[in-house]
Unconditional design. Structure first.
Length: 422
């Protein structure tokens, strides 16, 4: 039997008539309520949480808070693992606690947000217990809190799982659109199987896509078709808190890249400077893979090849950090063919979101690549129409993308009220 936590507030300190334990104070009746900065991005349904947890004051800026809640998530194969870091500020400085919550892929959005709310209630009590509000809280068990008449079951252990932690997914979708002189059709389908445990990760995936467009031009209709298919498999072995080993292989086809078939087998090793147990907050990966790739082309390439088999390797480093001040990721990737090191690509990308002062934050992202390994470029020239619809990849020696912006919010520090009208 599961146990849940019910938090209820009395009508007010020293109230003459007790209530039934389920009424919570209105925002303007709780000046002593804990001030909370909820830092959870897209992981939280903020409107739901403000409705369900009304015994704290939500503020818009960390500098106005007594507690900063940093929520991060990681894919577990069978769902998402959420980490809740409660960071004490002001009088609670140094009183930090961490809780976690694991959802299943079979959970509905409502079940997930109810589980998130429950963890937040427990975490807030760690601080409320030392405030005047503690004398207005009642704690008990209530199976109805789960929303379906029973408490949420505990997470299954491996020996209790009839699927042995395997998770399967099947997706398919189609779309058609058009107007007088243009029609578009597309279809996508995928199937995957994943298993994640502390010792092993297994990933299997197959997907295909079809794009077709017909455009009416002055000299007749122009038809463009783009097909892509991909089958991938990977096995990853845990080698302690800092190491992992992998072998992956795949078979793919791409009209855009002039590849009738691409086959690859790539074993690899990865080192994380920080323990993997801290990866939701910080990680510094160094990953190396080396193996064989075989190509069969739809058209003869600029190197006069219709097929070839080449050894290749890649080195990738990633630094990822998520902290109260913001988050950042930097990634450097190098790929080359071992039989001809002059054919390579190097890319550097990164993003940064940073709170500078109260209510003011900046964000930026950038990527830049040197490209010297386009073995697949067709020898035949492309027509202007084929270039415009991006039927094939074009020769290039570099790629880049930059983005920068800022946001500034000011005014009331409180963020409690939910009003969904219009």
């Amino acid at each position: 039997m599961g146990v849940t936590l019910l938090v209820a507030l009395a009508a007010g300190a020293g109230a003459q008539e007790p209530n039934d334990g389920s009424q919570e104070l209105r925002t303007d009746e709780r000046p002593q309520a804990l001030r909370v900065f909820l830092d959870c991005g897209r992981e939280c349904d903020r409107n739901y949480l403000r409705r369900e947890i009304t015994f704290v004051n939500y503020v818009r800026d960390r500098r106005d808070a007594q507690v900063h809640v940093l929520v991060t998530d990681e894919d577990t194969g069978g769902g998402q693992q959420y980490s809740f870091e409660f960071l004490g500020l002001d009088e609670f400085h140094g009183r930090d606690v961490t809780y976690s919550y694991a959802e299943s892929r079979t959970d509905t959005d409502d079940e997930t947000r109810a589980g998130v709310a429950q963890v937040l209630r427990v975490g807030f009590l760690h601080y409320i217990i030392d405030t005047p509000l503690a004398y207005e809280i009642e704690i008990g068990t209530n199976s109805a809190l789960a929303g379906n008449g029973r408490a949420r079951d505990l997470m299954a252990q491996p020996e209790d799982d009839p699927w042995n932690f395997w998770v399967f997914r099947i997706n398919a979708d189609g779309r058609a659109s058009g107007e007088s002189s243009r029609t578009n059709r597309r279809f996508n389908a995928s199937v995957s199987a994943n298993r994640t445990t502390e010792e092993w990760i297994f990933r299997l995936r197959a997907e295909t896509s079809y794009r077709e467009s017909i455009t009416e031009l002055s000299d007749g209709d122009f038809k463009n078709i783009n097909r892509n298919s991909n089958m991938d498999g990977q096995a990853v072995k845990t080698l302690g808190e800092h190491w992992g080993a992998s072998i992956r292989g795949g078979l793919s086809q791409s009209t855009f890249r002039n590849q009738a078939r691409r086959t690859r087998v790539l074993p690899g090793v990865e080192f994380n400077v920080f323990p993997y147990s801290e990866s939701s907050r910080r990680a510094f990966y160094v990953r190396y893979e080396a193996g064989i790739q075989a190509f069969e082309y739809e058209e003869e390439t600029i190197f006069g090849k219709m097929e070839e088999t080449v050894p290749s390797h890649s080195l990738e480093t990633t630094f990822d950090v998520e902290q109260p001040w913001g988050d950042s990721r930097i990634r450097l990737n190098y790929n080359s063919f071992l039989d001809d090191l002059d054919k390579y690509s190097v890319s550097l990308s990164g993003n940064l979101s940073f709170r500078i002062v109260r209510g003011f934050s900046v964000f930026m992202s950038a990527s830049s690549s040197l490209v010297r390994n386009q073995l697949y470029l067709p020898k035949a020239d492309l027509s202007d129409a084929e270039i415009l619809v991006e039927r094939r990849a074009l020769a290039t020696d570099s790629r880049y993308e930059y983005r920068v912006g800022f946001g500034y919010t000011f005014g009331s520090i409180f963020n409690n009220v939910v009003n969904p009208r219009f």
